[in-house]
Design a protein around this ligand. Structure first.
Ligand SMILES: *[C@@H]1O[C@H](CO)[C@@H](O)[C@H](O)[C@H]1NC(C)=O
Ligand SMILES: *[C@@H]1O[C@H](CO)[C@@H](O)[C@H](O)[C@H]1NC(C)=O
Ligand SMILES: *[C@@H]1O[C@H](CO)[C@@H](O)[C@H](O)[C@H]1NC(C)=O
Ligand SMILES: *[C@@H]1O[C@H](CO)[C@@H](O)[C@H](O)[C@H]1NC(C)=O
Ligand SMILES: *[C@@H]1O[C@H](CO)[C@@H](O)[C@H](O)[C@H]1NC(C)=O
Ligand SMILES: *[C@@H]1O[C@H](CO)[C@@H](O)[C@H](O)[C@H]1NC(C)=O
Ligand SMILES: *[C@@H]1O[C@H](CO)[C@@H](O)[C@H](O)[C@H]1NC(C)=O
Length: 752
């Protein structure tokens, strides 16, 4: 029987944006002696719009008068809020609630113990973090001072239960942990509750199974959080214990004796020594809870870590050859080396469940010694796309085992992706599966993992069999320099730029076109009003039209590579001003200074709108002299005086010339004046021997030439050729007995 092929392409969407937790640390003196306040330290760089309040989380006394709420937080320095305690009711469970305008609340709880508790958790920690789906746990209290009365338990200040035992199963009925097991567990002697001498411990339940994140599916796989960091069940990020930072909690604060997400708060001002953070309890957002600073343990955070242990509450094991290590950082002392299988500055890395570069398995690596777990997942292929486009992901799974009951699933993790996506099997033989997925809006932070799951979505072997690949993205093309300004009119600006070039510019080819943008200032959004195809041109140009006169515009250009979302970043911008409504010189005229001369007097008028209404002020004029026939520009004369309105010009020869004038303002050049030609007769065409008297030329709406010729002059042919020069405008000739001839031409004006 041949395997059935079913092709299913699933479009996946983001399951919603993650509202990151605010970075806040709550600090209090672990021992009640001398404790007058607790503080909340905000590590967010942007502290605008933050609101900080405080509250008592549950009532832990039978007398309401001994449970006053805490005072309002007061801002004592940038990002530091102090909550003063009322000595009478300074014990119990308190929280700092921080929110940003429009954002979710980040709440951090601490437990303030008395120094003379009768009951204490036997593990001497304030909080325990467990995972949904974990086996039931046992809470156990120590009788520090024995009191002959019934032992009772409460959860979250509710009704009492389980009298007589110092242990409590969570959940009480056994089975596995669920979210409803989270809360404040209290163990107290029946008649002593109001003295606040009970044992308190807070159970934090991650909303996902161990090493997974992204409820409700929880298909995100946690990255390694070293040195006691805890994987945030909603974001997948590591929350690092005090004394470590970095995305995997691998960096120890330097200098020591500091706390905060960027190690920015000194434990004792001016005393950045190893022991400065002793005596303090530090609480971080859930699911982290509360711990002592690195190097200390105990409910009073006074006890230094024993040999072979380090970190917050001494919960980490040293992996140096000799066994011991620095109790704050875990680093080996005296040039000692890491134990085999461990690496990193403090010997906490191992081969890693994430198959970092040390792993050379075709499938997953064993997470301790780096050996391969078996050839389960053969391949993941991720199509290369433009950032933001839709990628196709192909998971190919082969296994010596029968795969009938499992499926290859895709998980996508990244900054804005909280969950993963399930597709259907598209090709199946008993030992291989191929599945295709499409994931939209791919960013450089996306990581795709194909792994094995049973039909009910539980992961095979705790999700150890997987293969992952980062998003494969093209680099969008960038035009690195600003476009050039070419010309402007009152409503247009023309720009030009050099084509994107494979060998000298950033980005992946092919570039298929360009999008020019303009705006009037930096507060405005860029506006595109068209695009230009690439077409292999070395330089390209574009004219922005419908612009406002006398306005400064900024313009830039973005190159576009093929495929959806191919538009690259915008180039740097250049600026230019459009001209005033009327910026052309008016009434431009050119006439010979004398009969037979080659000297021309050019005159013009400045329009009234200049300079009074214009931001640009007049500097001078440019006179363009061009050949009438070929239109070639023969000369450009600068007249840098705004007050002149005429100029005497010696023409380069005897020919027909065209004269145009433009204004020069401090914002640039104005447009050329209307066409104004001066038709100058080519005297060489008339043979001198035929001319009897002097040539006379009169300017006006018509050019009138008068001259006398002798009888032999070949009149018609020679003189009518002037008519064709004048491009078939009205003309007339007259001749009288003495051979005098009059020709009339209109001013040579070409239709624009
Ligand atoms: C808190 O106090 C610091 C200086 O002590 C000040 O710079 C900061 O603006 C204050 N923050 C607020 C929200 O008042
Ligand atoms: C970690 O803390 C150090 C100071 O000890 C600081 O220079 C560094 O930027 C921090 N790293 C991160 C990722 O916050
Ligand atoms: C790696 O660890 C696994 C599980 O502990 C074990 O079965 C395997 O033999 C180890 N491999 C080596 C090379 O030590
Ligand atoms: C994630 O979303 C935020 C808010 O929408 C956005 O500012 C940020 O650029 C996004 N990050 C990525 C990598 O897409
Ligand atoms: C790209 O630039 C290089 C060096 O500047 C030049 O030699 C090459 O001809 C250019 N290629 C194109 C297609 O313009
Ligand atoms: C721009 O100038 C032309 C003449 O050059 C004129 O006809 C037009 O009305 C002007 N437009 C504006 C918006 O001032
Ligand atoms: C003919 O030429 C003479 C000499 O210039 C002039 O006086 C006379 O008026 C002309 N006659 C006509 C009809 O143009």
């Amino acid at each position: 029987m041949s395997p059935t092929r079913i092709l299913l392409v699933i479009f996946l969407t983001q399951s919603g944006l993650i509202q990151g937790k605010l970075k806040v640390t709550l600090r209090n003196r672990a021992n009640a002696a001398g404790r007058k306040f607790f503080t909340c330290h905000i590590s967010e760089t942007d502290k605008t719009g933050l609101t900080v309040t405080s509250r008592r989380v549950v009532d832990t006394s039978s007398r309401a008068s001994e449970n006053p709420p805490p005072n309002n937080p007061s801002n004592v320095s940038d990002g530091v809020y102090k909550i003063y305690l009322n000595s009478l009711g300074a014990f119990g469970v308190f929280a700092c609630d921080i929110s940003r305008t429009g954002g979710e609340l980040t709440s951090i709880q601490t437990i303030l113990l008395k120094s003379d508790e009768y009951l204490l958790p036997d593990d001497r920690i304030l909080t325990r973090t467990v995972n949904t789906g974990d086996e039931a746990i046992v809470l156990r209290m120590d009788e520090v001072s024995r009191f002959q009365d019934v032992v009772l338990w409460k959860k979250d200040g509710g009704s009492s239960f389980n009298s007589g035992f110092l242990t409590l199963n969570v959940p009480q009925s056994g089975g596995i942990i669920s979210l409803s097991d989270a809360g404040i567990y209290e163990c107290y002697y029946n008649n002593l509750r109001h003295y606040a001498v009970q044992g308190l411990q807070r159970i934090i339940v991650r909303a996902c199974p161990a090493d997974h994140w992204g409820p409700p599916d929880c298909i995100g796989i946690c990255d390694n959080c070293y040195n006691g960091g805890v994987c945030d069940d909603t974001t997948g990020e590591c929350i690092c214990p005090v004394g470590f930072n970095g995305s995997n909690c691998l960096s120890a604060c330097d200098p020591l004796g500091r706390f905060g997400y960027n190690c920015e708060f000194p434990c004792a001002e001016g005393q950045e020594v190893d022991s400065a953070c002793r005596d303090y309890m530090f609480c971080l957002p859930d699911p982290f809870g509360c711990r002592c600073a690195s190097g200390f343990k105990g409910l009073d955070c006074r006890t230094s870590c024993p040999w072979r242990k380090f970190g917050a509450n001494c919960l980490q094991t040293c992996h140096c050859n000799s066994g011991g290590c620095n109790r704050m950082t875990g680093e080996c002392t005296n040039n000692d080396r890491c134990q085999p299988g461990y690496s990193g500055t403090n010997c906490q890395r191992f081969y890693g469940k994430n198959c970092e570069q040390e792993c050379h398995c075709n499938g997953a690596c064993h997470n301790v010694n780096g050996t391969c777990d078996g050839e389960w997942i053969a391949d993941i292929q991720v199509s290369k796309v433009n950032p933001g486009a839709t990628a196709e992901i192909k998971c190919t799974v082969e296994s010596p085992d029968d795969l009938a009951t499992v499926t290859a699933r895709l998980s996508v993790t990244g900054a804005n992706r909280s969950a993963s996506f399930v597709g259907n099997r598209i090709e199946l033989s008993s030992q291989s599966i191929v599945q295709l997925y499409k994931v939209s809006s791919v960013t450089s932070e996306d990581v795709f993992s194909c792994y094995l799951a049973y039909r009910d979505n539980t992961l095979v072997n705790d999700g150890r069999h997987y293969r992952r690949k980062e998003a494969d993205l093209y680099v969008l093309p960038l035009i690195a320099s600003s476009p050039y300004f070419i010309s402007a009119s009152n409503t247009t600006i023309t720009i030009s730029w050099t084509a994107w070039n494979d060998s000298s510019d950033i980005g992946d080819p092919p570039v298929i076109g360009y999008v020019p943008y303009h705006r009037t200032n930096e507060e405005e959004d860029w506006i595109s009003s068209g695009s230009v195809q690439a077409k292999g041109m070395p330089t390209l140009s574009f004219t922005f039209s419908n612009l406002q006169p006398d306005t400064l515009y900024q313009f830039c250009v973005a190159a576009v590579r093929e495929g959806p979302f191919g538009e690259g970043p915008k180039s740097p911008f250049e600026s230019a001003r459009t001209y005033c409504p009327k910026t052309q010189p008016l009434d431009v005229q050119a006439r010979l200074t004398d009969t037979g001369s080659t000297t021309v007097l050019i005159s013009w008028k400045v329009p009234d709108e200049i300079p009074s209404s214009c931001k640009a002020s007049l500097i001078g004029f440019l006179i363009y002299v061009s050949d009438f026939e070929t239109k070639e520009i023969l000369d450009i004369v600068e007249v840098m005086d705004p007050n002149v309105e005429e100029y005497t010009y010696e023409t380069p020869g005897k020919n027909i010339y065209k004269f145009q004038v433009k204004l020069v303002t401090d914002a640039g050049y104005g447009p050329l004046s209307e066409l104004t030609e001066y038709a100058r007769i080519s005297l060489s065409d008339i043979q001198a021997e035929h001319i009897l008297n002097k040539l006379k030329i009169q300017m006006g709406p018509r050019i009138e030439m008068k001259f006398m010729l002798n009888q032999k002059a070949p009149l018609e042919t020679e003189y009518l050729s002037m008519e064709s020069d004048a491009t078939a405008h009205e003309s007339s000739t007259e001749m009288n007995q003495t051979g005098k001839m009059v020709m009339r031409f209109p001013m040579c004006r070409r239709n624009p």
